[in-house]
Design a protein around this ligand. Structure first.
Ligand code: CMP
Length: 141
């Protein structure tokens, strides 16, 4: 199977709680490769663009407030089957349903404050990586 890239975000709740290092450690322990990292605080507008697919949903406004509430860390991860592997490591969107040992189970609070994000499919992964990382930061593999 080919090596693929995916976008991961360590969200403001996890950064604020001092869990970013632990999440990075779990990523390294998983065997996924870290290709690029950026830390920044999203504006509400940029968060709105990133999560445009959720526009109109009941939680959209709260999601933008949350994602712009403090710094987050965006990462490009790569490896065989990286999209699924990162999603497995994160656990279910709602920490209450996430498997033991997953990031969201360990560090998430609820379906909104859920510690991390990951792309859900190859097309989304390409778009989400390009949203935060320029070609200069991330050469073509
Ligand atoms: P994420 O994987 O980043 O993708 C969309 C985000 O919207 C999700 O994680 C949650 O943070 C948030 N979200 C999804 N469903 C709900 C919900 N029912 N209530 C509040 N936030 C939600």
């Amino acid at each position: 199977m080919d090596t693929v890239r995916t976008l991961a975000i360590i969200k403001p709740d996890a950064v604020r709680a001092g869990n970013a290092g632990k999440v990075l450690s779990m990523i390294e322990g998983s065997g996924l490769a870290l290709e690029a990292v950026r830390m920044f605080r999203l504006t509400k507008e940029t968060a709105g663009e990133f999560y445009a697919v959720h526009r109109g949903k009941s939680f959209y406004g709260e999601l933008l407030d949350f994602m712009s509430s403090g710094p987050c860390i965006a990462l490009v991860l790569s490896g065989e089957n990286a999209i699924t592997r990162w999603r497995d490591l994160m656990g279910a969107t709602n920490p209450a349903s996430a498997a033991e040992g997953t990031i969201r189970k360990l560090y998430g609070t609820n379906v909104q404050f859920n510690a991390c994000h990951g792309s859900d499919a190859p097309e989304t992964a390409r778009a989400e990586v390009a949203f935060f990382f320029s070609g200069a930061e991330l050469p073509k593999s």
